[in-house]
Design a protein around this ligand. Structure first.
Ligand code: SAH
Length: 232
């Protein structure tokens, strides 16, 4: 079973949205497991302190390396990758999500305040992962998003196995546009090709659209896609 351990000072945020819909059904069915551990349980003083003032001064608080190390070390070392939510991390990409989903699960440390003592990251070799170039108030929403992305790829979780194959990023392209009934919406019809019944034409049109949208919206993805297609 794919197993997730989350370290947080707000364990009540979990499973939260992961207890609903696709991920929630899979959780109930035992296709994956989730434990949210309270970092404060690893604190040793009576106030259950997890943070302290930043060395060198400045605003805010920094999460303590000793407490977080104790919290991490209380989780058995079973080969699961250990991640840290951080705006300084590598932006999360579908390629990494696929790798994580194919593995045994993960341990994710959610921090708050100004972040965590740098020495912890080195000492426990944490993989820093970012949701994007913006700042959250805490790592929990990032952990929820990361887990949501992984869980839907666990075998048996998605209804049609195929729905994970032909979607955005799966081939380095954004997805083609989708349509459904009504046939005409506010004067705008569904593109004729999609109702033609000619599957080869539909496939070609979708590929064309995916390429066009990727080229227009994400020059970075397009460049990588073209480079990879080029030599073939
Ligand atoms: N002072 C820090 C921001 C701290 S935000 C800085 O300037 O880099 C508080 C916490 O929210 C972080 O420790 C991290 O766990 C989480 N967080 C904020 N933005 C995030 C992002 N884009 N991706 C993942 N986690 C994020």
């Amino acid at each position: 079973m794919w197993r997730a351990s989350v370290l947080t000072i707000f364990p009540e945020m979990f499973p939260g949205p992961l207890g609903v819909s696709l991920a929630g059904r899979a959780l109930a069915a035992g296709l994956w497991s989730l434990e949210a551990r309270d970092i404060r349980d690893a604190a040793t003083d009576k106030h259950r302190t997890v943070d302290d003032t930043p060395a060198g001064g400045g605003p805010g608080m920094v999460m303590k390396a000793d407490v977080l190390a104790a919290a991490l070390d209380a989780i058995p070392q079973d080969g699961r990758p250990r991640l840290l939510t951080s705006p300084r991390g590598r932006p999360l990409a579908q390629s990494r999500v696929r790798e994580l989903a194919a593995g045994p699960g993960l341990v994710v440390l959610c921090t708050r305040f100004e972040g965590v003592d740098e020495r912890l990251i080195k000492a426990r070799q944490l993989e820093e992962v970012s949701l994007g170039d913006f700042v959250l108030s805490g790592g929990e929403p990032a952990a929820l998003a990361l887990l949501d992305a992984c869980v839907r790829l666990i075998p048996g979780v998605m209804g049609k196995e195929a729905s994970g194959v032909e979607e955005s990023f799966s081939e380095g392209l954004l997805e083609y546009p989708q349509y459904t009934r009504p046939a005409v919406f506010e004067g705008e019809p569904i593109p004729e090709i999609l109702t033609s019944g000619d599957h080869a034409k539909v496939r070609a049109w979708r590929r064309e659209q995916a390429e066009k949208i990727t080229r227009e919206r994400r020059p970075d993805l397009w460049e990588a896609y073209s480079a990879q297609k080029g030599p073939k």
